[in-house]
Design a protein around this ligand. Structure first.
Ligand code: NOJ
Length: 559
């Protein structure tokens, strides 16, 4: 099988927010098809489509009730086949989202399973008896707050759910479950799907003795290390590889909470025949207070030194042992420039600086819809948000346990909530940003008059064209694929500097992550005597005077 994905750039589409073709306020497959030329112009190679299957949408499609049928609001199976064809005819591949750690509670497997202890689907999920006092089997928490167990009267038992109670976890110990998953993968791959993004794949193997977590003061339910990397995880993935993946020339990226760069190798070392790359959370968690009962809502300031340390460690550890997935944004993460940068007076420079640093590394870069035009976080009232994660956390942390004040919670929502990335794509400055002619399911970001794709396409200096250039470099320059990586100035609080090298070719990648000018004394030793500019976000790089706010560039040494 070829490693085509090593030169690819992936574009993630969150279908309900991308483009609505029929005015019902929800994005849909026909909408995506209508924008394939836009994506082709950007130059991306792969589209990862977040779940489009039939679903009650409790967690926006990450709760699937029928894996073989497209959700009505998104269109039909035929639309999906047309999307695959339309993409392929432009040389773009399609990766679907495999959500197989859990299903919806409205999937018929679960509907059957909950009926009795002796029906054929009984052990498709994890069912445990209550403790003698009737309480949950252990103190495991759901990622969306509260217990990970829900009581069901029919069986007089609890079932396990790592996410909402409408997302029961599948029991991968059961070979029938695994085969069901392999079959549904083949179903879509035989229709031309080119690979999978695997939702929380690190969680599919459970510690089936279900021990309690050690107690933590102030926390009744705990979500921690036992929620991922269970004992049979790699056995399952190897089996999936053997049964399905090895039979197709496909790309795989597994979402792997709880992974560090050592664990990553277990997933991605080609010798182990598992996955091509994983999505880690290590670098995205640097702005939360570890161990806080308020979890992601417990904010900590952005620290560039830490970011450099983590990303560089992944570069070094995986070199020769696997492949990185490079990302700052997706449907679960807020907009990077609002989170760690500047989304007002230096919005464009800042977006380009983050892009430069990310796309200069070894790995496959992921661009999340709207990132290429510098979309920014939303700043809404609580009731204007849709995400179940926000509302559950509000109830549990602000109202019930009062571990965070309403004010601090809202600050965290504006900074970190997932809906920041889920506001509709801003296509133009017409009503609702050209996303829909109806009422959008989630309010459009009011800054769409200033920030939209039409505007970006008109401006030759836009973030869009900068991304286009970076993507072209990934296709043409072998050094980006195979070059070694070396971090310089690891402790510098503002400068992000590293070098790639392939044979005698050398590239220096530089970013100033500050709203101020940054003196370059420290940098001077690394600047080549003679160089050519590869790309820069100001007209010419400042290599002998202070770097300007969010200045970023790549230069290559010349003889
Ligand atoms: C990770 C997905 O990216 C997220 O959106 C979802 O809520 C959980 N997994 C559960 O499927």
């Amino acid at each position: 099988m070829s490693d085509w994905w090593k030169k690819a750039v992936v574009y993630q589409i969150y279908p309900r927010s991308f483009k609505d073709s029929n005015g019902d306020g929800y994005g849909d497959l026909k909408g995506i098809i209508s924008k394939l030329d836009y994506l082709n112009n950007l130059g991306i190679d792969v589209i990862w489509v977040s779940p489009v299957y039939e679903s009650p949408q409790d967690d926006n499609g990450y709760d699937i009730s029928n894996y073989r049928k497209i959700y009505e609001r998104f269109g039909t199976n035929e639309d999906m086949e047309n999307l695959i064809k339309g993409a392929h005819s432009r040389g773009i591949k399609i990766v679907m989202d495999l959500v197989a750690n859990h299903t919806s509670d409205e999937h018929y497997w679960f509907e059957e399973s909950k009926k009795s202890k002796d029906n054929p689907y009984s052990d498709y999920y994890f069912w445990l008896d209550p403790k003698p006092d009737g309480s949950e089997p252990n103190n495991w928490g759901s990622s969306f707050c509260g217990s990970a167990w829900e009581y069901s009267r029919e069986r007089n038992q609890y079932y396990l759910h790592y996410y909402t109670k409408k997302q029961p976890d599948l029991n991968w110990e059961n070979p029938k479950v695994r085969n069901e998953v392999y079959d549904l993968m083949k179903f879509w791959m035989d229709k031309g799907v080119d690979g999978w993004r695997m939702d929380v794949i690190a969680s599919i193997s459970k510690y089936t003795d279900f021990p309690d977590y050690p107690e933590r003061p102030g926390q009744k339910y705990i979500t921690g290390f036992m929620h991922s990397n269970g004992p049979r995880l790699h056995e399952y993935i190897q089996e999936m590889n053997n049964e399905v993946l090895s039979k197709y020339d496909c790309m795989t990226v597994g979402e792997a909470p709880g992974s560090d760069s050592n664990i990553a190798r277990l997933f991605v070392d080609p010798k182990r025949k598992e996955l091509n790359m994983i999505i880690t959370f290590e670098h995205m968690n640097i702005d939360r207070i570890p161990g806080s009962p308020n979890r992601k809502w417990a904010l900590r300031d952005f620290n560039l030194v830490e970011l450099k340390e983590i990303l560089s460690n992944w570069q070094t550890k995986l070199s020769g042992h696997g492949w990185n997935a490079l990302y700052f944004e997706n449907h679960d993460q807020p907009r990077i420039i609002s989170r760690w940068g500047n989304d007002t007076n230096y919005r464009k420079q800042c977006a380009k600086a983050f892009a430069t640093i990310l796309h200069g590394m070894q790995g496959t870069p992921y661009v999340y819809q709207g990132e290429e035009i510098g979309m920014v976080n939303a700043h809404y009232k609580l009731e204007e948000y849709d995400d179940v994660e926000i509302h559950n956390a509000y109830r549990e942390l602000v109202q019930k346990s009062k571990s965070i004040s309403e004010e601090d919670f809202m600050k965290a929502v504006w900074k970190k909530s997932r809906d920041n990335a889920r506001t509709p794509m801003q296509w133009d400055s017409s009503e609702n940003a050209g996303f829909t002619t109806g009422k959008p399911w989630l309010k459009v970001n009011p800054r769409y008059h200033e920030i939209n794709a039409e505007e970006a396409l008109k401006d030759k200096d836009s973030i869009f064209y900068y991304y286009k250039k970076l993507i072209k470099l990934r296709h043409e320059e072998q050094i980006l694929t195979d070059g070694t990586f070396k971090l310089y100035l690891p402790d510098h609080p503002y400068l992000y500097v590293y070098e790639r090298q392939l044979d005698d070719e050398k590239w220096l990648i530089v970013g100033n992550f500050s709203e101020n000018d940054t003196e370059i004394e420290d940098l001077r030793t690394y600047i080549y005597d003679k160089y050519e500019k590869v790309i820069s976000n100001y007209d010419q790089p400042h290599t002998n005077k202070a770097l300007r706010p969010y200045e970023a560039f790549i230069i290559k040494s010349v003889k």
